[in-house]
Design a protein around this ligand. Structure first.
Ligand SMILES: NC(=O)c1ccc[n+]([C@@H]2O[C@H](COP(=O)([O-])OP(=O)(O)OC[C@H]3O[C@@H](n4cnc5c(N)ncnc54)[C@H](OP(=O)(O)O)[C@@H]3O)[C@@H](O)[C@H]2O)c1
Length: 286
């Protein structure tokens, strides 16, 4: 029986990137819709759960994507609600690649590195930064800071994370190079999770830091998010610090993304989201 994937995207046009990964993960056919909201998703879900019964249901699955993470999460909830008990298909939620990218960031940083008891500073509190913070805590980091250029925004993010996941993340302000350097005092790991093409960690902020062991950056568009880091760095040591650039992280992210898509077709009852996608990443060779 053919493996079918229903691709639901909250953006008007379903992502070509997400569809290419699905074919590379061995899926036979994609049924893709854009403009998906929690209010219009139910008939699409019924189309998947009422066409293949019993054991065959595991050959159908749903992927939810889109650049608006909050909207995609609402669609995820509506999809779950549309299932009837065991009449369900497996679902993967990876809006804007946030879960697979963050999982790749943390797995890369942990290559030959014990994070337990370490201080981590994540510069940039978007979806990738937030998920990365969650995974660093899960792995035993003793202190994780998430920054924003506005302390009030950073506080709002950390309070929401406490509410959603019960984790204690510390808010930090990254308004200037000086404030970033101050936050990095005593830090062992720094991760740049800023927007594409913006340097958010200048060399002056990390060069004379005596505790930093690892610096990672998810931005692949020049200039790099970290001054002195190169996009291909894959644990490269410079001035006593190991660097991971966006291509090294991105290559592993692709493996995690394909691995999660493949896992969808193992049973009809999985919901792969920000927590479970990390578990899949942990089983994939770096
Ligand atoms: N390598 C890969 O495989 C891969 C895959 C997916 C995504 N990515 C990259 O991951 C990065 C993070 O993604 P995301 O969706 O989490 O990011 P995002 O939400 O677009 O941005 C992260 C944070 O950066 C801050 N920011 C925005 N403009 C800024 C500026 N001019 N200067 C300093 N800070 C600024 C914002 O925080 P404040 O406004 O609160 O300061 C924002 O919350 C992006 O660069 C994306 O391209 C990489």
């Amino acid at each position: 029986m053919k493996k079918l994937l229903l691709h639901l995207d909250t953006d008007p046009v379903p992502s070509a990137f997400d569809q290419a990964v699905v074919y590379d993960a061995g899926v036979d056919n994609i049924i893709a819709y854009g403009g998906i909201t929690r209010d219009n998703v139910t008939p699409h879900v019924h189309g998947m759960i009422f066409t293949r019964g019993g054991k065959n249901l595991k050959n159908s699955a749903i992927f939810i994507g889109g650049s608006n993470v909050a909207a995609s999460e609402l669609v995820g909830k509506a999809v779950k609600k549309a299932f009837f008990g065991p009449v369900s298909v497996s679902v993967m939620l990876d809006p804007n690649g946030s879960n697979t990218t963050a999982a790749a960031v943390v797995r890369k940083v942990l290559t030959n590195y014990d994070i337990s008891g370490k201080k981590v500073v994540i510069i940039g509190g978007g979806p990738v930064g937030q998920r990365s913070a969650l995974y660093f805590i899960k792995e035993g980091a003793s202190e994780v800071i998430i920054t924003s250029r506005s302390l009030a925004r950073a506080k709002a993010i950390t309070e929401q994370m406490k509410q959603d996941y019960g984790v204690d993340i510390i808010p930090g302000e990254s308004r200037s190079d000086e404030t970033v350097a101050k936050l990095l005092k005593g830090a062992h790991v720094a991760v740049a999770c800023g927007p594409a093409g913006v340097c958010i960690l200048p060399k002056s902020a990390w060069q004379n830091n005596e505790t930093l062991d690892v610096i990672a950056d998810v931005n692949a568009v020049p200039p790099m998010g970290v001054e002195g880091l190169e996009v291909m760095d894959n644990g490269t040591e410079k001035e006593g610090v190991h660097f991971y650039g966006a291509i090294a992280i991105g290559n592993f992210k692709m493996k995690v993304h394909r691995g999660a898509i493949s896992a969808l077709f193992e049973s009809n009852d999985q919901f792969l989201d920000e927590t479970t996608i990390y578990d899949i990443a942990c089983k994939i060779d770096l």
